[in-house]
Design a protein around this ligand. Structure first.
Ligand code: PEP
Ligand code: MN
Length: 338
């Protein structure tokens, strides 16, 4: 349910109203930014709730019911697209967002070299894992905090924003201190405590789809972050488990237009984890942008075969550079169609 507030209401009056509603037992969230102070009631409403009581509250001029099951991720409360502004780039607008870099940050030299090469090719965000959620406990687990420092410094040196995964609630503040976008990995998509923890900060969150999550599961996971107060959520399709064994996962390109239909949130596609095969990354990246993705995330390493993790799906800077030229052309076409 949305409480539409009088245009002349002050921030202070709106805050007082929120306090009062919370005292009455309702969970609330303020909608929009740009001076839009309308309030959404998220929970506490049932068939016994007297709707008229809200109209008697000071400043409330109208009540709108939300039928959408995704109260905040769905379009009912947010008809236009969410556009996230980050260090001079826009995520969810007409710009193509390209997140590129190694699977793992391996050394200062490796991440600085990668940053230089992907920046020259036209990427705008540098990726790299410092805390790696590896399937085997005996595989490289990442450089931890030192890795975050290297990633942040390499990003700054080459004017790239940064994205890195946070694997547990106790690391949220640490990752947020160094990195621009916090990534929630596929294995953690339904780690609800972690979702609430990244919902409590304001930095953008890249939420990756779980291996066997439906669109509804993904959007409900996004609801956890949004309802905790962070509106800056980016959805990421990264492939799901199917009966196919030739590829590591099956990259579900349908997710792009389907999620755009259901939600206002930006959508990024990761063809590296989505295919698990170097030869398939560029064609699927092109397919993703053609389907309307707001951006892509790809694993790039100066010497792909020497990558300490995910070498088979990592592309070279040369392949990445060629890919960038074709993606720019495809994005122009999809922008014209919008
Ligand atoms: C990653 O992007 O580094 C990663 C581990 O991806 P996913 O969570 O999609 O497997
Ligand atoms: Mn990887």
């Amino acid at each position: 349910m949305i409480l539409v507030l009088d245009n002349n209401i002050t921030q202070q009056q709106a805050d007082a109203l929120v306090k009062r509603l919370e005292f009455m037992g309702f969970q609330t969230v303020k909608l929009g930014s740009d001076g839009d102070l309308n309030i959404t009631l998220l929970s506490g409403i049932d068939e016994n709730t007297d709707i008229e009581q809200f109209l008697a509250l000071p400043g409330v001029i109208e009540i709108k019911q939300i039928d959408d099951q995704f109260k905040l991720a769905g379009k009912a409360t947010h008809p236009g697209k969410t556009v996230i502004e980050l260090n001079g780039i826009t995520i969810g607008g007409h710009e193509l967002v390209v997140m590129a870099g190694p699977c793992s940050i391996e050394s200062e030299k490796q991440i600085f070299e990668t940053a230089k090469l992907v920046a020259e090719a036209g990427a705008n965000i540098l990726r790299g894992g410092a805390f790696k959620p590896r399937t085997s406990p005996y595989d490289f687990q990442g450089l931890g905090e030192q890795g975050l420092r290297y990633l942040s410094a390499a990003g700054k040196a080459h004017k790239l924003s940064t994205v890195s995964e946070v694997i547990a609630t106790e690391y949220v503040d640490l990752v947020a201190e160094h990195i621009d976008i916090l990534q929630i990995g596929a294995r953690n998509m339904q780690n609800f405590n972690l979702l609430k923890a990244v919902g409590a900060i304001r930095k953008p969150v890249l939420l990756k789809r779980g291996f066997s999550a439906t669109y509804k599961d993904l959007l409900m996971a996004a609801e956890y972050i949004l309802s905790a107060g962070n509106p800056n959520v980016i959805l990421c399709e990264r492939g799901i488990r199917t009966f196919e064994t030739y590829t590591r996962n099956t990259l579900d390109i349908t997710a792009v237009p389907a999620l755009h239909e259901l939600s206002h949130l930006p959508i990024v596609v990761d063809p590296s984890h989505g295919t698990g095969k170097r030869s398939l990354v560029a064609p699927m990246a092109r397919a993703a942008v053609a389907a309307g993705a707001d951006g892509i995330m790809v694993e790039v390493h100066p010497n792909p075969d020497e990558s300490l993790s995910d070498a088979k799906q990592t592309i070279s800077p040369e392949t990445f550079s060629k890919l960038m030229s074709s993606l720019t052309e495809i994005k122009k076409v999809t922008n014209e169609d919008e």
